[in-house]
Design a protein around this ligand. Structure first.
Ligand SMILES: *Cc1c(COP(=O)(O)O)cnc(C)c1O
Length: 338
């Protein structure tokens, strides 16, 4: 595998730190928990989409694009990082936001990531929940082409074989970092949505023969659909790397028991996990992805899914800006009379 042959533009602060979570590990009574800080990738408060955009934006530039088009849910972290990347590269950016939750709270519809999309100079347009967002983007791109523009369409979450290369790169980074620290990683756990993160990690970790299993905690689709999406993209990513046939179904595992009522809708477990990690580690998770991912990890630990002497790495995929879209979700106390 030779990643260097794929064009890449540096956008992130890499490598991201790999740190122990000592207080949380002690609180839960083991296993040994570690955190890979992809919330610290640097671009516009960071997150996992930055790694994908390093390869996607290089491809866009190679094609002579002058505007990036992408889509996501209202509080899309992917849209925010794409808007920032476009700004940095001198490209225009058009974002289609899908109303997946039905929330009318102005904090949700206008603050958090939406505020940041606009600060980066992106144009924001809305679509109703359930719209065919890929078709909507293609229609907008066709209009722009007719006007002489050169749009580059990035799929939701940046999840295609080009974007997933960012997480093949993350797999290389993690394995090298663990070797340097003398850390034996027994499991890698993270929130999975549009599938590019897990697909890239699986392709990279299997190509390296690392023996590190990946567990995706789903935030939207049921398990059969999520695993099929990840497997299909991992296979295409491996083929793009010149390694067709590398990925087997057994390499892809998702647990989708922690979605709750639906994508972007808070759960009790998410609220508890976000508060616990904030208060034991001083680390902010997000309400849509990493909070539900951590809720799943904590529940699996409490059910004895991992041995006490194992090293579990949680990949923090970012998304803290989304907290400001959910000010009421956490039931936080008011001021004290001090
Ligand atoms: C997009 C996102 C994910 C999921 O990554 P996919 O590659 O879409 O599966 C996880 N966490 C955060 C914070 C995200 O923004």
């Amino acid at each position: 595998m030779n990643l260097a042959r794929f064009p890449r533009i540096r956008l992130g602060h890499l490598p991201t730190p790999l740190e122990p979570m000592e207080q949380l590990s002690r609180h839960l009574g083991g296993p040994r928990l570690w955190i890979k800080r992809d919330d610290c990738t640097g671009l516009s408060t960071g997150g996992n989409k930055t790694r994908k955009l390093e390869y996607l934006c290089a491809d866009a530039q190679a094609q002579g694009a002058d505007i990036l088009i992408t889509q996501g849910a209202t509080q899309s972290n992917h849209a925010r990082q794409t808007a920032a990347a476009a700004a940095k590269l001198g490209l225009d950016c058009l974002i289609l936001l899908e109303d997946r939750t039905g929330s009318t709270d102005p904090a949700y519809t206008q603050s958090g990531n939406v505020l940041m999309d606009r600060l980066h100079g992106a144009q924001v347009a809305r679509r109703p929940g359930g719209a065919d967002m890929q078709a909507e983007m293609e229609a907008v791109a066709a209009d722009l082409r007719a006007k002489g523009r050169k749009p580059y369409v990035i799929p939701g979450g940046g999840s295609n074989p080009v974007g997933a290369l960012g997480y093949v790169n993350a797999a290389l980074e993690l394995v090298a970092q663990a070797a340097e620290m003398g850390l034996r990683i027994d499991h890698l756990v993270h929130a999975t949505g549009s599938a590019g993160t897990q697909a890239g990690l699986v392709a990279g970790l299997v190509a390296l023969n690392s023996g590190i299993p990946v567990l995706g905690i789903g935030v939207r689709a049921p398990k059969p659909k999520q695993e099929a999406n990840v497997l299909a993209l991992a296979e295409r990513t491996a083929a793009h790397l010149g390694l067709p046939g590398l990925i087997k179904a057994e390499h892809v595992v998702a647990n989708c028991d922690y979605v709750g009522q639906g994508y972007g809708i808070p759960t009790e477990g998410m609220v508890e996990a976000v508060k616990l990690v904030a208060q034991k580690e001083g680390i902010l998770l997000d309400p849509v992805y990493s909070g539900k991912g951590m809720a799943g990890l904590i529940d699996l630990i409490q059910r004895g899914h991992f041995a006490k002497d194992q090293n579990i790495v949680f990949l923090h995929t970012g998304g803290q800006a989304g907290l400001f879209g959910y000010p009421e979700a956490f039931g936080l106390p008011g001021d004290v009379a001090a």
